[in-house]
Design a protein around this ligand. Structure first.
Ligand code: TRP
Length: 406
């Protein structure tokens, strides 16, 4: 990484910026502190998702904006306003998102883009393609082709459990789908990106294998309708909107750079912040520490234990001090998690006020959080149990979706 330091990729360049790193493979804040999202917006050159845009979504879809919009979980975008302009004129768009299947069990942070994408699909009534980059994980992690293919199918079940509409959704895993028109687009993209460019954007070094260097076009290709002839039949006039965490931005900066040269629309993006670890808000959760996250497979007891033991508290060290000074809501993880998953705005505000003023104790907030998370995880578990192998095959079938815009 260091050899190819470049500020477009969020790879540190200057002394002062030595510590905040955000790219598809690493997310870490400066001095173990919080990620500075304002700085990230400046650095990446995306736009802030402001209240006006959120109000516009409300107006156009005639439904209340998702919690993740209202609370700023999705906080940045590229050309989202143009998607809304087009939509208002009756023009069509589709959604594209994805997941790198590197682990069996998903944690709550993994669900966020899918929960939000499900809302967008319902609110705008648009088709969706979901890419499972089993090839990416095979190249980056020490996992075999076979294992990654298996994980992709397992993860597809969790994704399907989020409630996507099969008549509007195509899920594919790269090892099975890449070829034909999709591959033709990859080659077109590859021809537009020099080695220097990819090193500039992603920070690859001379030691990285060529699989990594050529991978970005695999993640770029689904941004173009012509990669899915069975869905779009060569119609290049349909725009693409990509909901994703902001660490994926480098891929799509590259995609947006090449799109006009290929005669395609640039994909628009709507980007989220990271879901913090239980231990505190200084980056993403670590796959290697099961106590840093709540998994969708955790039991009620495990959720309770993890929240009570590990959720970083902004409360004071003694009850007397707590009553006197109140909790520091800025660092409190229970409040943060509630702001993602407690839908009731009034209740959330109430908890913040009472806890912040010291009238409510950490234990009480944690109890409420445990309830909220248990409900969410239980609901997910029940939905996932109903997903069969046949349903996975059905979502992954290469087929036309005749009613995808209805
Ligand atoms: N690279 C992503 C990951 O590791 C997976 C992915 C592929 C993706 N295409 C995407 C994520 C589009 C968001 C949007 O998780």
């Amino acid at each position: 990484m260091a050899a190819a330091a470049n500020d477009i990729a969020g790879v540190p360049t200057t002394e002062e910026e030595q510590q905040q790193v955000v790219n598809p493979w690493e997310v870490s804040a400066k001095d173990g502190g919080k990620i500075d999202y304002d700085k990230l917006i400046d650095k990446f050159g995306c736009q802030r998702l402001d209240q006006q845009l959120i109000d516009r979504v409300h107006r156009i879809t005639s439904r209340p904006p998702h919690v993740f919009l209202r609370r700023g979980v999705f906080f940045a975008h590229r050309d989202f306003n143009e998607i809304l302009d087009a939509f208002e004129k009756g023009q069509k768009f589709y959604l594209y998102t994805g997941r790198g299947p590197s682990s069996e069990a998903l944690h709550l942070g993994h669900l966020i883009p899918f929960m939000f994408t499900k809302y967008l699909q319902d609110a705008f009534k648009v088709p969706l393609v979901i890419q499972l980059t089993d090839d990416e994980k095979c190249m980056w992690k020490n996992l075999s082709v076979e294992e990654c293919k298996r994980l992709a199918r397992e993860n597809a079940k969790d994704i399907i459990a989020c409630g996507f509409d099969i008549s509007k959704t195509f899920i594919f895993q790269d090892f099975n789908y890449v070829g034909g028109a999709f591959y033709e687009n990859m080659v077109r993209i590859n021809k537009c990106v020099t080695y220097n460019k990819v090193v500039g954007i992603f920070g690859f070094s001379g030691e990285d294998h060529i699989g990594k260097i050529s991978f970005p076009s695999v993640q770029a290709a689904p941004s173009f309708t012509s990669s899915f002839p069975h869905l779009f039949h060569g119609n290049n006039n349909i725009r693409c909107l990509i909901p994703c965490a902001i660490d994926q931005d480098p891929y799509f900066r590259m995609t947006r750079d090449v799109a006009p040269r290929l005669g395609y629309h640039k994909p628009a993006l709507i980007e989220s912040s990271f879901f913090p670890a239980l231990q505190g808000e200084n980056g993403k959760m670590s796959a290697s520490d099961p106590n840093s996250a709540i998994y969708v497979t955790d039991s009620e007891k495990e959720i309770k234990n993890k929240v009570n033991r590990y959720a970083f508290s902004g409360g004071q060290d003694s009850i007397e001090n707590h009553r006197k000074y109140g909790a520091n809501l800025e660092v409190d993880i229970s409040v943060k998690y509630l702001s993602f998953f407690l839908e009731d705005d009034v209740e959330l505000e109430h908890i913040k006020q009472e806890y912040g003023a010291g009238r409510m104790l950490t234990g009480e907030v944690k109890k409420r959080l445990t309830e909220v998370l248990t409900t969410l995880v239980e609901r997910h578990r029940r939905a996932r149990e109903l997903v069969t192998e046949e349903m996975v095959d059905a979502f992954m079938a290469v087929r036309p979706l005749p009613n995808m815009f209805n």
